[in-house]
Design a protein around this ligand. Structure first.
Ligand SMILES: Cc1cc2nc3c(=O)[nH]c(=O)nc-3n(C[C@H](O)[C@H](O)[C@H](O)COP(=O)(O)OP(=O)(O)OC[C@H]3O[C@@H](n4cnc5c(N)ncnc54)[C@H](O)[C@@H]3O)c2cc1C
Length: 348
């Protein structure tokens, strides 16, 4: 392995993977440290990509920028990494009342929503997969990322190029020598920490107000194949041979263990949505690296400008990571600005 790099990346979840692809596209010399035995929220994530979310069905923040970008990014990544991990799929959200249906007849033609609305469905679907007595909203630019497969594909490429070190990185052992950072005889211009919740222990970023949130997902089997994603209360996401169902939010229990309470909470919501029988065959839990204002965090440590962070992808990480990895890479390479809402300076 060489000893001098432009950038060291710490952590190869979604954040580190997207950033590695971005920086490599600019021919930068990289080394990625990842503790493969550690926890990764990306490995647990459902991978859902959904432009209209929440009980109130609001447009995802920055949807007009994020969604076209992620589509180009993951499509190009599939070509580079020679694997299929990203899929666009329509997403159906049953309405809860005729008022909601009427409201969406108007909203669906508004400029902000129109690019994401395929149709306003005014009667129950013929397939009778879910409870939808008032019809529902059929969305486009939705889909999913098979996060496990994406991260494995990036790891395979990094390994082949001798850019991946499977080890826990200890920020306390970093030394600074003029304009370079030195870690165990490896030198780099900058270190970018993409550690997920691991960043809470990082001494270079004590100001960030992390607010980690546990989540659980179920894997279910259905006799009838689904051809779209269903989402109301929970999402039901069809993959090859099974469906992923999730998720819930728990701020108190921050362990990585799946719980009966989590399973019951998700099953209850699933039973309120799905009309078909199903069997639970898997159950996982993880802790989302969220911050208090639920926005990503990008920028340099106040203690040292060579120590950079890319984090805060706890909510909608799959949709946010490509756009903000690109923004961070541009800032590193050209000094172009980081959006105020995601800049680490908001914590200083
Ligand atoms: C149950 C659940 C469901 C979710 N569902 C969705 C969803 O449907 N759609 C969506 O968009 N988002 C979803 N998310 C959120 C989102 O996908 C993740 O939170 C996001 O992927 C976080 O990525 P990350 O790279 O920041 O962190 P992580 O995935 O946690 O990656 C961090 C990596 O860094 C490594 N690491 C940490 N510290 C060190 C160190 N010191 N040295 C070496 N390696 C280190 C870890 O081992 C890990 O590999 C979900 C999250 C959960 C928990």
């Amino acid at each position: 392995m060489e000893k001098e790099y432009d950038y060291m990346i710490v952590g190869q979840g979604l954040a580190g993977s997207c950033l590695a692809l971005e920086l490599a596209a600019h021919k930068k010399k990289l080394v990625v440290f990842n503790n493969a035995q550690g926890h990764s929220s990306s490995r647990v994530a459902g991978g859902l990509i959904n432009p209209v979310t929440g009980r109130k069905m609001v447009l995802t923040w920055k949807a007009h920028q994020l969604f076209p970008f992620l589509n180009r990014f993951y499509t190009a990544a599939m070509v580079k990494l020679e694997n299929n991990f990203y899929r666009t799929l329509p997403l159906y959200r049953p309405f809860v009342s005729t008022e909601e249906q009427n409201e969406w007849q108007g909203k669906s033609v508004e400029a902000q929503f129109a690019p994401f609305v395929e149709a306003v469905v005014t009667a129950s679907e013929a397939e009778r997969m879910v409870k939808d007595p008032f019809g529902g909203l059929l969305l486009k630019q939705s889909g999913y990322l098979d996060t496990d497969s994406f991260i494995n594909s990036v790891a395979k490429w990094l390994k082949k190029e001798h850019k991946l070190v499977n080890a826990k990185f200890d920020a306390k052992d970093v030394n600074f020598n003029e304009d370079v950072v030195v870690y165990k005889e490896i030198k780099a211009g900058k270190i970018i920490f993409c550690e997920g919740v691991g960043a809470i222990q990082n001494p270079y970023f004590p100001e960030i107000k992390f607010r980690p949130v546990k989540g659980e997902v179920l894997t279910i089997m259905l006799d009838t194949p689904l051809h779209k994603i269903y989402n109301r209360g929970v999402f039901v996401l069809p993959r090859e041979g099974s469906c992923t169902v999730g998720s819930n939010y728990n701020h108190k229990d921050l362990t990585w263990e799946p719980t009966n309470a989590g399973k019951e909470e998700i099953s209850k919501k699933l039973n309120e949505l799905l009309l078909k029988p199903y069997k639970i065959v898997g159950h996982k839990a993880g802790v989302r690296p969220s911050v208090a204002d639920r926005r990503p965090v990008l920028g340099a440590s106040r203690q040292n400008e060579h120590m950079i962070i890319f984090n805060g992808l706890g909510t909608k990480g799959v949709s946010l990571a490509p756009y903000f990895a690109h923004q961070l890479a541009n800032w590193l390479l050209t000094g172009s600005p980081i959006d105020k809402e995601v800049h680490i300076n908001r914590f200083f």
